[in-house]
Design a protein around this ligand. Structure first.
Ligand SMILES: *Cc1c(COP(=O)(O)O)cnc(C)c1O
Length: 394
């Protein structure tokens, strides 16, 4: 380590002493309900692979076929020569699925959020943002240099008060929220937010990363779940979670999408997806329409596992989705719980500041459609035993 960077080592040592230093766990098998990490076969409650699509035979086959026909790379950014027919097909497919005019795919959900907010807003504009919005939204807001007004979590009245104060201010206003919040698993009060946006002439934007493939008809997301078609101007989704592959997308009017072609910096300055990624994503949308039983299984497992954790006496917060946090409060306890779960064959990651507030550390669990009842029972047994040992439950 060069002397100029020695302050980084100091910080790492502090984290080691505080028990919040995290080593990366190495996945040595497929990402599935049971996976091998660091040489150990464990029940995987730490992926976003909600529907088990990371290993679906139709997605695998589509990816392999695309590699054979089109190779492994697109060769350029979208605006130069890297727009393949598969990219356009995928975007048309997503737009039809989401019932909007058009869609554009980015390299990741992160790039979709950060690239879109920073492209459409300028320093004279205003953003009204939920305090628990995803980091990619926060970065997009910062990059836009618009004025950022944060409202308390899910507080529609507070959001509207800010919008009212801004009524006479010049500039555009953007009201922005996650659909499902990634650390707590609760759902935004979108009908109230969408109405407030209309009343105050604000742009309404929703990030559906954790709800695409999970909520709404065939996994169409929170806008479909609440029947808000036509009331949300910009919908973001990810292809990296329930879809099982990689990428993010923005849905909205044709002009919004064409504007992003011209101004969204990750679209303009970063190479497009390999053809295999686009082809696998296309196959995933087929699966969403043809195998709705996967979503039913996801929700049945969700109800079962949540009930088991609650019966054991764990504090699980306000979750309404397959994301269920097990709250420990202190960061050290979250990491200790995670470590002991792993020793007993369950992977669930400890999450602490700065990802969540300092007193809200937790182990986050996410069940998938492909966990068996036996696996969930075993995981609950381990949670109970370790929870007792640590004094988290009686
Ligand atoms: C995961 C996540 C993203 C980022 O998606 P990637 O495709 O993994 O980059 C964006 N927003 C929210 C709310 C997320 O949970």
């Amino acid at each position: 380590m060069p002397q100029s960077l020695s302050f980084l080592s100091g910080q790492l040592n502090e984290w080691r002493q505080a028990g919040t230093y995290q080593r990366l766990r190495i996945l040595e098998s497929e990402s599935a309900a049971m996976s091998r990490f660091d040489g150990k076969e464990v029940i995987n409650l730490a992926s976003n692979n909600y529907l088990g699509l990371t290993t679906h035979p139709k997605l695998r086959e589509a990816a392999l076929e695309a590699v054979r026909r089109y190779g492994v790379g697109s060769g350029a950014v979208r605006t130069i020569s890297g727009t393949m027919k598969l990219h356009m097909e995928l975007e048309e497919r997503i737009a039809a699925f989401k019932n909007v005019e058009a869609s554009v795919v980015f390299q990741s959900g992160f790039a979709a959020n950060a690239g879109t907010v920073s492209a459409i807003l300028s320093p004279e504009d205003h953003i009204v943002s939920d305090e628990l919005n995803h980091a990619s939204i926060i970065d997009g807001c910062r990059l836009s240099r618009a004025k950022i007004h944060v409202f308390p979590h899910k507080d529609v009245a507070a959001a509207e008060r800010i919008l009212t104060e801004l009524d006479s201010a010049p500039g555009h206003k953007l009201l922005i929220s996650d659909g499902v919040f990634s650390m707590d698993g609760d759902i935004a009060r979108l009908p109230g937010l969408a109405d407030a946006a209309v009343r105050h002439g604000a742009i309404m934007m929703v990030d559906d990363a954790h709800s695409s493939g999970v909520l709404g008809r065939n996994g169409r997301g929170t806008i479909d779940h609440f029947g808000l078609h036509g009331k949300v101007d910009i919908q973001v989704g990810t292809l990296s979670k329930a879809i099982g592959v990689l990428g993010g997308y923005v849905c909205g009017s044709r002009d919004l999408i064409e504007f992003l072609y011209h101004r969204a910096r990750p679209f303009l300055f970063s190479t497009s997806h390999p053809p295999a990624v686009a082809a696998a994503c296309l196959a995933a949308f087929d699966v969403l329409e043809q195998e709705p039983e996967r979503i039913d299984a996801l929700w049945a497992n969700t109800r079962y596992f949540k009930q088991g954790l609650a019966q054991a006496g764990f504090r699980t917060g306000e979750s309404e989705t397959p994301i269920t946090p097990v709250l420990t409060g202190e960061a050290r306890l979250a990491h200790e719980l995670s470590r002991k779960l792993f020793e007993n064959g369950v992977l669930a990651t400890g999450i602490a500041f700065p990802t969540v507030a300092k007193d809200k550390a937790r182990v986050r669990t996410i069940v998938t459609a492909t966990h068996t009842r036996a696996e969930l029972d075993r995981a609950l047994e381990v949670f109970r035993a370790v929870g007792k040992e640590m004094g988290l439950v009686r």
